[in-house]
Design a protein around this ligand. Sequence first.
Ligand code: PMP
Length: 359
Amino acid sequence: MTRRYNFCAGPAALPEPVLEQARDEMLDWHGAGLSIMEMSHRSPEIVGVAQRAEATLRDLMGIGDDYAVLFLQGGASTQFAAVPLNLLSEGGVADYVNTGQWSKKAIAEGKRFGNVNVAASSEDTRFTTIPARETWQLSASADYLHYTPNETIGGVEYFWVPETQAPLVVDMSSTILSRPVNVADYGVIYAGAQKNIGPAGLTLVIVRKDLLGKADARCPAMLDWKTAADNDSMYNTPPTYALYLAGLVFEWLKGQGGLDAMEVINRRKAEKLYAAIDGSAFYANPVELQSRSLMNIPFTLADANLDKAFLVESEAAGLLNLKGHRSVGGMRASIYNAVGEDAVDALIAFMQDFERRNG
Ligand code: PMP
């Protein structure tokens, strides 16, 4: 068996020890004589799996008792609608910051449900910057401010937390668990699982409890965070297998030394790759220096006519999914937690060799 290096933006690489454990437990989970997938979500086994996953995540991220942890479905895209349905009051306004394709989708969905004020946008720089906080045109009393701490497509990441009166609501899909955050800074954190959490199909929402119970009367029960919180995320059948795998990923992260240790590794990986890009006239990354993502690193080749050869040859070298998003072109390396430093080293070696042959 040869496992190859996977730079996919999501569903992304999973830690190999997690996959091995899942394989070993597949047919008979802990002597139950059943697979996890075949058990009732009301069984003590699954309830225990869910409780352990939540406890480990609370420990990893330092989530206080004043926050509910919800394991939902529908991906981050469903939360683009759930956020206004839960928080945007009749006649109220929500502020949004637009830093890329994912912000835009959240804004478009928000507009379906009420008043949205786009307080700042970096569209004029083709989403290669983050507008300075002083330039944001915030509403006087917004119900919340939404932003995207890491834009997966543009490769733009905030390394600061804006100060605002309104509660911060953040789409952390592609940065969550890559480094420590102060959960108390946020009203709501949400994320699709398929990058740093586990397999697709699971959606995480961490919500400050005083923000529960404000949902619009028309909010579907499945999107109402309070319904989920009151039912321990088991209002309906949760994605039990994805939840089990997420729990294994959380334990793996603890074994790696937690999020402080992951940040050290992730910074080292990203710095190496940016140094290789910046040190060459053949490759380029357009993002302003202080906002370069640790997780998603887009880069272009000096001659776009070589893109195809780069992709064919990198794949043959065992480096998968390097094609950039169609909206920005070029390449993108997503280097989430489960993408090891060896993968980044192999990518850099390939890039240097490709440049030697084609530069
Ligand atoms: N937000 C961000 C930042 C993302 O990267 C993605 C997926 N790539 C999404 C939202 C959409 O997530 P989902 O597919 O889980 O709906």
